[in-house]
Design a protein around this ligand. Structure first.
Ligand SMILES: Cc1cn([C@H]2C[C@H](O)[C@@H](COP(=O)(O)OP(=O)(O)O[C@H]3O[C@@H](C)[C@H](O)[C@@H](O)[C@H]3O)O2)c(=O)[nH]c1=O
Length: 376
């Protein structure tokens, strides 16, 4: 089938990250995908090699009815995260339908949540704005953690790639690309690797302090962008610097370049603990099977706290892992960060068991293909 996937970049990398992963997964299964995006800049580092079967187009091109009318028609329209399809694109599709040339299935791929409403809302229709198009219906497709949802993105070859992964070899080629933070300890060969992808968590200084004062060395691999800026802001602030990096000097810090999406997976597989954020990387952390702490995308009205708790319930997280998440996501005066070294083995077990359960369910693209075939 041919797919038109639309993506509007609001902020950060999750919109384009999810849209790209979906497009590439579909193409990997033989589907033809046009990905329309209003800001494709992140793809230059996320997926520099592109993907056979995925054509990236500028959103602005979809406003050109003549251009769209000249393209081959498609079988499925996907608007990611409620971005409305351009009226011009819908109009071009409507004339095609009026001429009896196909009728696309129109979907809205929603945000990921473990909350109960997802099972209730998944696969519900709603009257589409371009009513005569697509049978007048647009379908809500919700990713999720249970069989009554649309599932989680997981490429069919993921397990194989993971099993063949050579962590020491991958880390050796990464090393020359790292930028060492001179205010931290020198990287120790035997250090535990921890990756950090976050916004500005209130407990970041506490984490640095704990790792620095631990019994054993840690090498913190800090992702490019906000995580790097957040760590540097703590180190630059003399007060919190003194409070954070003043112990046994067990913590070394390196800054990563922007990694490709594939290499970000490799990072998660290579580390003994991953701090992840947003929608896409938390799913990748689950598949990595290593313990993780998730910083959920904060929403102004605070509704993300309920969303976080629903996720922790779904994970069957033990009290220590819940406390870690509450400290990591909490307000400045929130819960204390539990001792990581003491809890790591238990957290690994939790992630392992939850991942096995989620992995036994149909993945999102499998579910999506089946859904589209039913609605055609
Ligand atoms: C750090 C890093 C990330 N990535 C990728 C992994 C993911 O696909 C993507 C990051 O996306 P996320 O994990 O979702 O986190 P994010 O915080 O960047 O994106 C957020 O965007 C908001 C608009 C959404 O509402 C949030 O739910 C969330 O998705 O970037 C790389 O490819 N290379 C890297 O070096």
């Amino acid at each position: 089938m041919r797919w038109d996937i639309f993506c509007q970049v609001i902020d950060n990398f999750g919109d384009i990250g999810v849209a790209w992963r979906l497009a590439a997964d579909l193409a990997g299964r033989g589907e033809q995908v046009r990905l329309w995006v209003d800001d494709a800049r992140a793809l230059a580092w996320m997926a520099p090699e592109g993907c056979a079967g995925v054509q990236v187009l500028a959103w602005a091109q979809a406003l050109d009815v003549a251009l769209v009318s000249g393209l081959p028609g498609s079988d499925v329209w996907v608007e990611t995260f409620g971005c409305d399809l351009p009226a011009e694109f819908v109009a071009a599709g409507a004339s095609r339908i009026a001429a009896g040339i196909g009728r696309p299935v129109w979907l809205n791929l929603e945000y990921l949540s473990a909350e109960p409403y997802v099972e209730r809302s998944h696969a519900l229709p709603s009257p589409a704005r371009g009513a005569p198009v697509a049978g007048g219906m647009k379908w809500f497709f919700y990713p999720g953690f249970t069989p009554r949802t649309g599932g989680l993105l997981r490429e069919p070859d993921l397990r194989q790639r993971q099993a063949a992964f050579d962590a020491p070899g991958w880390l050796a080629q990464l090393r020359p690309r790292l930028r060492w933070e001179p205010r931290s300890a020198r990287p120790a060969a035997a250090a535990r690797l921890v990756s950090l992808f976050c916004y500005e968590p209130a407990a970041l200084a506490a984490l640095l302090r704990q790792l620095d004062e631990a019994e054993t060395p840690t090498h913190l691999l800090v992702t490019s962008g906000r995580a790097t800026a957040a760590v540097q802001a703590i180190l630059d602030d003399q007060n919190s610097f003194n409070r954070s990096i003043n112990g046994r000097s067990q913590l070394s810090i390196s800054y990563l370049p922007m990694l490709t999406q594939r290499d970000y997976d490799h990072l998660l597989w290579a580390c003994a603990l991953n701090f992840v954020r947003g929608e896409d990387s938390v799913v990748r952390a689950i598949w990595a099977g290593q313990p993780f702490v998730w910083q959920i995308y904060p929403q102004e009205d605070g509704v993300h706290h309920a969303k976080l708790d629903a996720f922790l319930d779904r994970l069957q997280a033990p009290a220590s892992l819940r406390a870690a998440h509450h400290a990591w996501n909490g307000p400045a005066a929130g819960a204390a960060l539990p001792d990581i070294a003491q809890n790591l083995a238990g957290w690994r077990q939790t992630v392992h068991e939850a991942g096995a359960g989620f992995g036994a369910q149909a993945d999102l693209v499998t579910a999506l293909l089946q859904f589209v075939l039913e609605k055609r």
